[in-house]
Design a protein around this ligand. Sequence first.
Ligand code: CMC
Length: 426
Amino acid sequence: MPESITITDNRNGETYEIPIVNGGVSAIEWSKILPGIWFVDPAFMSTAAAESAITYLDGTAGILRYRGYPIEQLAEQSTYLEVAYLLLNGELPSENQFASWREDVTMHTFIHENVRKRFLDGFHYDAHPMGMLVSAVAALSTFYLDAKDIFDPTSRQKQITRLIAKMPTLAAAAHRFSVGMPFVYPDNSLDFPSNFLSMMWKVAEPTYHADPVLSRALDILFILHADHEQNCSTTAMRVVGSSHADPYSACAAACAALYGPRHGGANEAVIRMLGEIGSMDEVPAFVEAVKAGHGRLQGFGHRVYKSYDPRAKIIKRTADEVFSITGKNPLLDIALKLEEIALNDEYFISRRLYPNVDFYSGLIYQAMGFPLEMFPVLFAIPRTAGWLAHWQEMLDQDSKIARPRQLFIGADARDYVPMAGRGASS
Ligand code: CMC
């Protein structure tokens, strides 16, 4: 029997049956019954704003899958570039498809000289690299005028390839500028993560050889951050994309959403918190202070996950591998102690607060030498694949422009008062 709910309009006693489809009830059906009455859900806490086939997330069971593939298997066996293909196309690539995708991405890693020389070099000397990235991604739309042809399959694919390929170049350029180092051109003989590390760290050597363990660790972090269904930045991408803006402009909006500390900035907050705690002896007192309402345990809790974030489990393993090369991040012991105490404390157990992806990712980035300001930038590089997959899916669904309603709570109609008649205090 098809699932449905029946509701009664108490104003006239009429009943209506509304089907439950894919775990949701259509607000359109409701609004037929309640014309002029809107659903109030400011942060979309109970609203599915899209039908999507990209990422499955079960926060209670701690499950995350891209296109049906468990995140654990992808992190273990795949690469970021393959995962990007999977997210964008729905299937894992064949050998030929992957070779051609990798070639395409590799051939688009360079940015126009004017983006760097005239645009990026124009920033103030201490510009935040994430602010530079947001602006640079938006500026790309002025270099690729064909990006406006969003329903032309060839043009759309070209912009997707460009964005995936150029994000690491822009990200590294923003970092180099912010520390006064010369720009490093992409080295197309290197794989995706190694090329990024080369653009970040190369000094005078002809070829920068990244440690393969660090390169692989970064690739795993890219896989884990590639998509997370309808998060804040992906929603920004969909909303701006729904106006049929070009993908660079929509992607810049997504980057801007990721800039905020509630989204892409939480791992930075973790590092600052661990630094403030200072030593393992101080951990119990810090936990007590959090329980007493003095701040939050950064890197703990999640709107959707009410069990251990599956990405955090994978990251914890990756951290060990990275520390075997870089030496242990001195903050790790504090983090482990904090996790141990919190996971055994009734306050955190009863609220189902577990470590999230950000609890350990910052420790890894810091051990690899990335400054704190680069953390959201490192998030934006792989999330571009997810943003573009959602953007494409939305356009293919012939979606309408995003345009929510409001409940007006302002002044009733009143007559304009000329300035002379307003009195001194108004
Ligand atoms: N430390 C201490 N208490 C917490 C924490 C925390 N990190 N998170 C939630 N709580 C408590 C909160 O005080 C509340 O308690 P009470 O019921 O007594 O008032 C209860 O748990 C529910 O909290 P909430 O604020 O209603 O939960 P939310 O779903 O709105 O917030 C969150 C989710 C991620 C914003 C929040 O857990 C938080 O602020 N965490 C710390 C920041 C963080 O790590 N953010 C990264 C999230 S993962 C990034 C990503 O996936 O993109």
